[in-house]
Design a protein around this ligand. Structure first.
Ligand code: ADP
Ligand code: MG
Length: 261
């Protein structure tokens, strides 16, 4: 067969190693006092890749994610995001934060601002975008997350699932190159989880680079390119979902999956 006729990814090798990683984490260590929370973690994230991070509570998933936009510092090792070294230089930190969006478990919308103002605030304040431009963009984003009818409402008038969808739209308004999600559906009632996961699936299909800490294994199986299992501050396993769920080699992982299934 002429290889030129083979669609990208058709051979199951959609992310060739020759591609430049968007995020490099190299030998990352982090302590909270005496507690060694992240232990020599190294991994890379590629453009357009969806990575799901799982692991027991307290294994360091949030800390690791938060280090990728400097909400936490790392003690040693190297983090490079889109060519920018994440260090003490405030210019680097600002540059990285401009490229990294984050969505938290607790939606974190500004309670005193409408949905529209929640989304347009940062682009207007930090990017110098005019109100008209920012609102135009916001309308598109609200449509994308299925919230067009709610732009005038305040967060307390929305369900948890709706608030989280607005939080995603707010993050997207800054045109991030990568989106980090820290248990985005963990605080939601079961009937609202799907609407948020559906928005995330759409984003993934649109090519967004995503790193998602979640216990939603259906999402991981369906959407992830790679699953990383954290244990006690280390990466115990990383593999494509079919391999990860199909034949988890490690007893710890099998036991974890048994508990949350
Ligand atoms: P996970 O997200 O996997 O549940 P975390 O990264 O939140 O894990 O936490 C890992 C460990 O670090 C936990 O034992 C937690 O108590 C501890 N920890 C997290 N944040 C802090 C902090 N700011 N100060 C001290 N200990 C912390
Ligand atoms: Mg956490």
């Amino acid at each position: 067969m002429n290889m030129a006729e083979v669609p990208a990814g058709a051979q199951g090798v959609s992310k060739p190693e020759t591609k430049e990683p968007l995020i490099i984490a190299e030998n990352i260590n982090k302590h909270f006092g005496q507690f060694h929370v992240i232990k020599d973690v190294s991994t890379k994230f590629y453009q357009g890749e969806v990575t799901v991070i799982i692991g027991a509570s307290g294994s360091g998933k949030s800390t690791f994610l938060r280090m990728l936009n400097r909400l936490e510092t790392h003690d040693s090792g190297r983090i490079v995001i889109d060519g920018i070294v994440l260090d003490d230089d405030l210019k680097h930190i600002d540059a990285v934060r401009a490229e990294v969006g984050m969505v938290f478990q607790s939606f974190n919308l500004f309670p005193h601002l409408t949905v529209m103002d929640n989304i347009t605030l940062a682009p207007r304040r930090l990017r110098g975008v005019t109100r008209a431009q920012a609102e135009e963009t916001a309308k598109g984003l609200l449509a994308k997350v299925g919230m067009s009818a709610h732009s005038h409402k305040y967060p307390h008038q929305l369900s948890g699932g709706q608030q989280q969808r607005v939080a995603i739209a707010r993050s997207l308004a800054m045109q991030p190159k990568v989106m980090l999600f820290d248990e985005p559906t963990s605080a939601l009632d079961p009937e609202m989880i799907k609407e948020v996961l559906d928005v995330m699936k759409d984003l993934a299909r649109g090519g967004m680079t995503m790193i998602v800490v979640t216990h939603e294994m259906g999402f991981a199986r369906e959407v992830a390119d790679r699953v990383i299992f954290f244990e006690k501050g280390q990466i115990l396993e990383e593999a494509p979902p079919a391999e990860f769920f199909g034949n988890a080699r490690n007893e710890r992982i099998r036991s974890f999956l048994g508990q949350i299934a």
